[in-house]
Design a protein around this ligand. Structure first.
Ligand code: NAI
Ligand code: MG
Length: 478
């Protein structure tokens, strides 16, 4: 039981939201050809926030044409140092509007305001700042004999878990390298991408350099299939990633895929335990577990299993679940009803297969989509909860006895996005890290990001990198 209750501390700034949004094509807000719109809701209240245009095939075509024209007419020809100024201006505008962008991200997607305020928005701005600096130094990213040429028109499809940040990861390097863009945000979280379009317009970005089209999977598929798109960058589910890879095969389109994960988070008995517990909590409950690199498979050395379970049981009781706009909230709303149903179904399978569920005992708000912070003990490697991406605040705890067993279990997954290791011994950290088949390995920390550091996976977590010079090269034809 909580020793004392925190008084409510709601964010009071209101984000400016229009009742209805058109498509941002060729520097203008335009109505969709066939007049279709859809609602985006606040998952914490189930209230409709705005009506958003649904881009059909013709709209996708208009957006790609605008991007092509802008590529040939302005963007590929512009002096790199001038291109940098635009990217820098966008970075500045994100910083200046960080508070209202944080509110938008939180009400449209459900994540706690302290996360959108302290993580999503500052890191989005940081990516624009970082890549602005690269625009006139691209030759330094090249290997001998390579020239830093842009690729052309990039189709960028982003998910709902980090809407502005995933857009920033893609838009910033693409612009810096001289590509033009058609960006498609996820259907449940379009508002910050639309705000980014507004920012681009106010930054005087030449028309057509960044186009933002809203819609669903069919809109995304039309963008992927458009013959005049030169590159697709996708972040989302492995299933859709595979479909995109199939449909672009043989087309000559460049492709990067950042897909799902089931990261192993390994805790050795000699770990600094107070920090490790916080690392575990951050690894799985950050953003309600809607994180592709979430530390969702906890592998603990058998001798400390009981201790960790006891401490985690206590710790999750202190997490505050509720209104995402409250600055004290740790666990916000699940992004959509669909995602909530998926989490419930997988948690049900865990119980049916014999795992033991521990949950924070708190009342869930009456409206909105919420799921308490949870973990499973008694988990077998064969359980679905140990193999499938839950994408919710649900951790599966398994044990190991030797470092070799930890590595073997960690790698026993079709995914390979991230991993974490906790041990007091630096040499053990390094030794284990080299055997983990994951794109990112965090040692004695978790979920650390920096624009200069590449991020990405392999196997079913996708390929290609975002961030750093690696992410830059994904937008250059060489
Ligand atoms: P999704 O992969 O369907 O959606 C991601 C984006 O792709 C959205 O913008 C969507 O409109 C678009 N999209 C959907 N179908 C497409 C297609 N055929 N061609 C092109 N674009 C398409 O993910 P969804 O359905 O929202 O979530 C399902 C599961 O995927 C989640 O439960 C989670 O496990 C996983 N997921 C993983 C993410 C990650 O960052 N690795 C992000 C989002 C979801
Ligand atoms: Mg929404």
């Amino acid at each position: 039981m909580a020793i004392f209750e925190y008084a409510p501390a709601p964010e009071t700034v209101k984000a400016p939201i229009r009742e209805q949004y058109g498509l941002f094509i060729d520097g203008k807000w335009i109505a969709p050809r066939d007049g279709r719109y859809f609602d985006t809701v606040n998952p914490a209240t189930e209230e409709t926030l705005a009506r958003v245009a649904y881009a059909g095939d013709e709209d996708v075509d208009r957006a790609v044409r605008a991007a092509r024209k802008a590529y040939d007419k302005y963007w590929r020809r512009m002096r790199p140092a001038d291109r940098a100024k635009y990217v820098y201006r966008i970075a500045r505008a994100i910083t200046e509007r960080s508070r209202e962008l944080a509110v938008l991200e939180t009400i449209d997607g459900g994540k706690p305001i302290k996360e959108s305020r302290d993580f999503d928005i500052p890191l989005s701005a940081a990516h624009f700042f970082y890549y602005a600096g690269w625009a006139d130094k691209l030759e330094w990213a090249m290997r001998a004999g390579e020239e830093p040429n842009p690729i052309g028109v990039a189709g960028q499809i982003v998910p709902w878990n980090f809407p502005l940040l995933m857009a920033a990861w893609k838009v910033a390097p693409a612009l810096a390298c001289g590509n033009t863009i058609v960006l498609k945000p996820a259907e449940t979280t379009p508002l910050t991408a639309l705000a980014l379009a507004q920012i681009a317009a106010e930054a005087d970005l030449p028309p057509g350099v960044l186009n933002v089209i809203t819609g669903d999977g069919a809109t995304g598929a039309a963008l992927v299939g458009h013959p005049d798109v030169d590159k697709i960058a996708f972040t989302g589910s492995t299933e859709v990633g595979k479909a995109i890879q199939r449909s672009t095969a043989g087309s000559g389109k460049r492709l990067t895929l950042e897909l799902g994960g089931k990261a192993a988070h390994i805790v050795f008995a000699d770990a600094p335990m107070d920090q490790a517990i916080e690392g575990i909590v951050n690894g799985i409950y950050f953003n309600q577990g809607h994180v592709c690199c979430a530390g969702s498979r906890l592998l603990v050395e058998e001798s400390v299993h009981e201790q960790i379970v006891v401490r985690l049981t206590d710790r999750i009781q202190t997490l505050r679940l509720g209104d995402p706009l409250d600055k004290n909230t740790d666990v916000g709303a699940i992004n959509s009803k669909m995602q909530l149903d998926k989490i419930k179904e997988l948690v049900g399978s865990g119980i049916d297969e014999g795992a033991i569920l521990v949950q924070q005992s708190c009342a869930l708000p009456e409206r909105g989509y919420f799921f308490p912070a949870s973990f499973f003990t008694n988990v077998q490697q064969s359980h679905r909860i140990a193999r499938e991406e839950i994408f919710g605040p649900v951790l599966s705890i398994l044990t190991f006895r030797t470092p070799e067993e930890a590595v073997e279990k960690a790698n026993n997954t079709p995914y390979g996005l991230s991993a974490g290791i906790w041990t007091d011994k630096g040499s053990k950290n390094m030794y284990i890290a080299q055997y983990l088949r994951a794109g990112v390995v965090w040692c004695n920390t978790f979920n650390q990001f920096d624009p200069s550091s590449p991020f990405g996976g392999f196997r079913e977590s996708g390929f290609g990198r975002e961030g750093g010079v690696h992410g830059l090269r994904e937008y250059l034809a060489h």
